[in-house]
Design a protein around this ligand. Structure first.
Ligand code: PLP
Length: 460
């Protein structure tokens, strides 16, 4: 190893505070350090190549190493590096807002920029509260979200998050957030206590839980329902047919806003520009971030229905909310250049055309004794690992610890596949490669997974 490499690794060990990371796991080993990327691949500090099976963190849609995105950033930084959206506009934010509004379904025409996803979620809850105050329903402030769903780390977004283990050390969080079941059809028997519901029946049952929760809380107190098109945490739960249609009806019936949290599912992850378009529903608010710039610069957005903007149009009313770097000119310019790539290279069409092959590759692993379920949509898939396929028995805490943290994450990485072994719900491996990936990358993913999962089973 060269001295500069050593210096980087030591600086990381001595000074970086990693996110959602047990630092103890790196006491005896170096912190994996990625230095460059190209297409669907990244390279570590020692020059070893990895297939980026998670697009960074569901971010790098157009792939790594795109010179035109770097150039768009440089050009904008030279022209106007920074100006805030506080009472002023700049051309790239205006152009991006217009373009996003054109891509959204329905009348979601008003774009409030943030720097990331959690801020977009936070903004959506605050808007929902203020909107209802302005239209004479001041008690409406509560939100409903789904079990195990992750919605971000600011205290409001964390309050909406359905993962108790991420919340308990920060309690008390923002009050008024209520959980309902998610769309995990694989575990429908356990969740409902009823055997053998088909996906449609389960979807209807799960949507009805939202109506029951609204009634129990009191419709006059509930402002919004937050749901991802395909729920990430827990391992890619797509909605059953009809689920979002029923949820839309329920939200309309009780005058509750439907917030589609598309921080992962927007910008082609499912093969559509926005995730709701894949499942044919129109929310009142979309929250998005990650893939909007393919990660070449940070930005997020809350996109609201025109109706929600109405009460802010006149008089002395304002949304007293903002972020210094929200809608940063460099990020907005990069987002526009990124969306140009989407159109020029038909990334949405590419995902849609290749989704069946990606699914087939992962379904091909179902013969392994450890693979319980394979589920997902577009380029967004989860493989649930089980101890017993017939009973769907999952691993206990010790086995999960040994298998996921102790073996799988490291073994996959060492085999050249960067992806995620996650235990926020039942243990899953998550895959979400850059949207430029195709048959060759799928084959590589399939072969590494087969090898490593076979070893994992042998170790149990
Ligand atoms: C659905 C969803 N919402 C919100 C967030 C938070 O986004 P950020 O990390 O950009 O704050 C995430 C992050 O993964 C997410 O998946």
């Amino acid at each position: 190893m060269t001295q500069p490499e050593n210096d980087v690794l030591k600086a990381a060990q001595d000074h970086l505070w990693l996110h959602f990371t047990r630092h103890s796991s790196h006491q005896q080993s170096e912190i994996p350090t990625i230095v460059r990327g190209e297409g669907s691949y990244v390279y570590d500090i020692h020059g070893k190549r990895y297939l980026d099976g998670l697009a960074g963190l569901f971010v790098v849609q157009a792939g790594h190493g795109r010179q035109e995105l770097a150039e768009a950033a440089a050009k904008q930084a030279q022209e106007l590096a920074f100006f805030p959206l506080w009472s002023y506009a700049h051309p790239k934010a205006a152009e991006l807002a217009q373009r996003l509004a054109a891509y959204t379904p329905g009348e979601l025409n008003r774009v409030f920029f943030t720097t990331g996803g959690g801020e977009a979620v936070e903004s959506a809850w605050k808007l929902a509260k203020q909107y209802f105050k302005l239209v004479g329903k001041p008690l409406k402030h509560k939100v409903i979200s789904r079990q195990i769903a992750y919605h971000g780390t600011p205290q409001g977004a964390l309050s909406i998050t359905g993962i108790p283990a991420f919340k308990e050390m920060f309690e008390p969080l923002v009050p008024g957030s209520i959980r309902v079941p998610n769309t995990n059809h694989y575990r429908a028997d356990e969740i409902t206590g009823v055997k053998g519901m088909n996906p449609e029946e389960y979807g209807f049952w799960a949507a009805e839980r939202v109506a029951r929760a609204i009634e129990m809380e009191g419709p006059d107190t509930v402002a919004a329902v937050f749901a991802e098109p395909v729920q990430n945490a827990g391992g890619c739960f797509p909605p059953a047919p009809g689920y979002f249609q029923r949820l839309r009806e329920i939200c309309d019936e009780y005058d509750v806003l439907l917030v589609s949290d598309e921080v992962i599912c927007a910008f082609g992850r499912l093969g559509t520009m926005f995730g709701g378009q894949k499942f044919d529903y129109v929310p009142d608010i979309i929250t998005c971030a990650k893939g909007l710039t393919s990660g070449y610069s940070p930005i997020g957005a809350m996109i609201a229905h025109e109706r929600l903007f109405e009460p802010f149009k006149d008089g002395d009313t304002m949304f007293a909310h903002g972020y210094t770097f929200g809608g940063h000119p460099v990020s907005a310019a990069v987002a526009l250049a990124n969306l140009d790539i989407f159109e020029r290279e038909d990334l949405l069409g590419h995902v849609t055309r290749n989704e069946p092959l990606f699914k087939e590759t992962l379904d091909g692993l179902r013969d392994l004794p450890i693979v319980g379920d394979v589920r997902g949509s577009g380029y967004f898939w989860g493989i649930e690992l089980v101890k017993d396929k017939t009973t769907k028995q999952t691993f206990d805490a010790e086995e999960s610890e040994r298998l996921l943290r102790g073996f799988l994450s490291k073994a996959l990485y060492e085999a050249g596949l960067y992806c995620r072994a996650d235990d926020r719900g039942d243990p899953v491996i998550q895959l979400a490669p850059p949207l430029i990936a195709g048959p060759e990358e799928f084959a590589e993913i399939g072969s590494i997974l087969r090898d490593v999962l076979t070893q994992a089973w042998a170790r149990l």
